[in-house]
Design a protein around this ligand. Structure first.
Ligand code: FES
Length: 179
């Protein structure tokens, strides 16, 4: 019988396994510690990667700096921005056209406007506003360059704050995250 197998002096808690009260308490403490540890890890992950996917308006992961060379452009759909690399560094350009709000597509086979690569420019299909890799207006009815968003590097990743799209009258190197 389980009663006779238990450690001398230990009390047997009922149930099919016949575990002792001491072991029952130890398991209960371990279970509590596990729950606390799981919660702590969850908070840690939430703090460092609070918004990764489908979270326009918050901080969005844009990839690794080494993913882009000068002249490259990458679309980050969940953040509604383009990441471009120019000689001064990285730029995050809001996809919304400053004219009447259409989504500005990147046209990789259009002529270049900046000379950073053989081809490619932003070309809004609604009324024909043209922008280079800096988001600077080159032609069309838009009143200003594409808006930009601040970029930081955290744990080797580019993070864009999509809640802080900023208007500008011209490009300035302070808008780019330096390489
Ligand atoms: S909305 Fe882009 S040019 Fe009019």
């Amino acid at each position: 019988m389980a009663h006779e197998m238990a450690h001398p002096g230990a009390h047997v808690v009922g149930g099919p396994w016949g575990i002792t009260r001491r072991w029952f308490l130890r398991l209960a403490v371990l279970g509590s510690l596990g729950a606390v540890a799981t919660q702590a890890i969850g908070c840690f992950i939430h703090f460092y990667y609070p918004t990764r996917v489908g979270t326009f308006g918050g901080r969005v992961l844009a990839g690794k700096p080494e993913d882009l060379k000068v002249g490259d452009t990458k679309y980050v759909r969940e953040g509604k921005f383009y990441l471009t690399r120019v000689p001064d560094g990285y730029l995050a350009l809001f996809q919304k056209c400053p004219h009447l709000g259409c989504v500005v597509p990147w046209k990789p086979d259009d002529p270049t406007e900046d000379g950073l690569a053989a081809k490619g420019r932003f070309n809004c299909g609604c009324h024909g506003s043209i922008y280079d890799r800096y988001g600077v207006l080159k032609a069309g009815p838009a009143p200003r360059p594409m808006d930009f968003m601040p970029i930081t590097i955290e744990n080797g990743n580019l993070i864009v704050d999509t809640g802080k799209a900023t208007t500008r009258a011209a490009y300035d190197r302070s808008q780019a995250l330096p390489v």
